[in-house]
Design a protein around this ligand. Sequence first.
Ligand SMILES: [Zn+2]
Length: 232
Amino acid sequence: MNIKHHLDEATLMSYTAGSMSQAMALVVACHLSMCTACRERAHESEAIGGMLLDSLKPAPVGDDALAQVLACIDGLPEAEAEALDASYKDTQSCSENKSHLNIGSSVPSPLSIYIGSSLDHIEWTRIVPGVHYHDLPFKTERGGVSRLLRIAPGKAMLPHSHDGNELTLILCGSFTDEVGRFTVGDIADLDNEIQHQPLVDSNEDCICLIATDAPLKFSTLLGKIVQPMTGF
Ligand SMILES: [Zn+2]
């Protein structure tokens, strides 16, 4: 795997500090499971965060603090608690410098918790001919999405920018946009200054894992008209 597009520094810091949404964290964890370079950078980021914590003055907590945290975990629905536990274990093992692509498939382990180990058995919903999505079970506070997107060869997304960050990890196929060419393992880590229009340039469908933290901003009239149907 020849990964050319990586996570930016602010995204890595946010991930290792545990301050990003679960939807965004899943995309980051999947890229880390595929990218040795970013795993090493994540280790460095964790070390910096640890040094900063060491320098903080300890704050007093109540005697019942641990009991309150455990009570919150006990109060989670069983399925949510199991997913959280599995996701945590997987994120931890990702930082142990191992590759976590399932053999024989294109599904990184952190994602396989939610969709299984193969991209072949996903239930897709059609947006328009050649463009399908599969939503993941995360709520996003500002109306963003967490989903898999499958786009046919030669198809393009409508031009858009963002009202926040957008993370896109390529699992299958490839696309080209104003930033460059993205192939399997590459991550597009975009902020609200980038406007782009991804065009699928592979012979096979391009399947991406996407998380946004706010609705996209479509720049054409057509984009604005179809936005309610796309769920973006
Ligand atoms: Zn990377």
